[in-house]
Structures are given as C-alpha cells and as structure tokens.
Design a protein around this ligand. Structure first.
Ligand code: ARG
Ligand code: ZN
Ligand code: CA
Length: 230
C-alpha cells in the first residue's frame, strides 16, 4: 500500500577524501538505503524520500564525531536541514569507536524541541547497503537508528523486569542478541527473545520486524513531537 506520509531525508556524506575507501559513498548506495527504509517501515504507513544530499571532505569529522562529542554538534550545526519532520543522516567512519562495535547513534523525538540542531542519525558509512561492514551491510543500521529517531527503545531495555521498552508485545530480553541465535530465551515467560526485531542488535539479515505495539508507539511519538500523522 502507498505510504500515507513521506519523511524528507537529508543525507550528509562526510569523507576524508574523494574516494569510496575514504567514505565518499555513491548516490546508488544512498538510494538503496532509502529503499530499505521504505521496505522496513512500509507496513506502518511511514515512507521516506530523499530530499537532498551534501558531500563534505573533513577527515576530523569523518573519524571523530562520536556520540555526545562537541565535534558532532559543530558538524550538525553546519549541515542540518529541515524541521522536526526531517530525518538528517550523517555517514562517517567513527575512527577508533568502531572497534567497540559502534554502527550508529540517534536522537529521540522528545529531544527535538530542546535541541533541534542535534536532531538526526550518525552512522557508519560501511553499514550502508553494499558496504564493507560484514553482517551489517543490508541497511538495517539506519532502520534501527530511525527506530530511535521515531521514539523506540531497544527490545532489551530494562532487561527481564520493569517497564522495558514501553511496548507490551515485544517479549522481555535480558541482554542484546548478536548474530542470529536459534531459540534464544533469556527471560522466563513472555516468549522467546525478539531477535528478529529491528530494535535488537542481531545481524542485518536476522532483522525483519516491528511489532504492532512498536508501530502504535512511534505513531504517537511522531504525532506528539514531530508533527507527523501517519
Ligand atoms: N548498535 C547500534 C545502536 O545501538 C545499532 C545496531 C544496528 N544493528 C544492525 N543489525 N544493523 O543503535
Ligand atoms: Zn540502538
Ligand atoms: Ca522469554
């Protein structure tokens, strides 16, 4: 079915030089990434369309824009476009942080009004569809990060107890899953772990769903904080 709402997406390619190895990803990978978003969110009625692409050569940003760094604030101040409904995506290398497994980070809808310029997703360029990040090159990193950007928490939030991810139809999970384990069940009751959920940490090929409860939550978050009605 046709998406009711289309989110404008601004892609900001940060590279250390003009080569692909230096992070200067081609337009073809960006359009494949938009297609993956539309596929993964399609059943919710949320669509995405490329509104613009910028390219910046800056070796410092490329390697050092980690979460909460002042450098990422500087970068976003110069590049961010659009209002509360616009998804800005910055592709970088993360330098040493990538050794800790960092694929991306995102801001939440509820943070938009207090900090509009920081709003958006920063992700590893190698995690775009067709990139070199083994196990993570089908485009699900942006599906996952956009999940935070629309207001979802991780499925393993809060472990086996408490309010968890604030969604009632995602079974509780003690910790994040890696790879694509069979029959993983880390909390008694509630069913097996939601390893196929986009908001776990499984490999891209293992991820395939948002639950109805997650869609209800992000529809509400988008309406409240981003002025988007699905
Ligand atoms: N670790 C990242 C985060 O916490 C993203 C995980 C994405 N997973 C994937 N299979 N691409 O936001
Ligand atoms: Zn996450
Ligand atoms: Ca269980």
């Amino acid at each position: 079915k046709a998406a009711a709402v289309s989110i404008p997406v601004y892609f900001h390619v940060i590279s250390k030089d003009s080569t692909l190895a230096g992070g200067n990803v081609p337009d073809s990978q960006i359009s494949r990434q938009i297609a993956v978003l539309n596929e993964d969110y399609g059943s919710s009625g949320l669509g995405f369309s490329l509104a613009g692409t910028t390219r910046t050569v800056n070796a410092n940003w490329f390697s050092n824009v980690g979460p909460d760094s002042t450098l990422q604030t500087t970068m976003k101040r110069q590049l961010r476009q659009g209002g509360s409904n616009a998804l800005n995506v910055y592709t970088v290398a993360f330098g040493r942080a990538v050794d800790d497994g960092l694929l991306g980070y995102a801001t939440f809808p509820s943070d938009y009004s207090s900090n509009p310029t920081e709003d958006g997703v920063v992700m590893l360029y190698a995690a775009l569809p067709g990139g070199s990040a083994t196990g993570f090159n089908l485009g699900r990193t942006l599906t996952h990060e956009a999940g935070h950007w629309v207001g979802l928490y991780h499925t393993f939030q809060g472990g086996c107890r408490g309010t968890g991810d604030q969604v009632s139809d995602t079974p509780p999970e003690a910790s994040f899953a890696t790879g694509c384990p069979t029959g993983r069940d880390t909390c008694s009751g509630g069913g097996v772990d939601p390893i196929h959920n986009f908001m776990d940490y499984s490999d891209d090929a293992c991820m395939s769903e948002f639950t109805p409860g997650q869609i209800t939550r992000f529809a509400s978050q988008l309406r409240t904080y981003r002025g988007i009605s699905i």
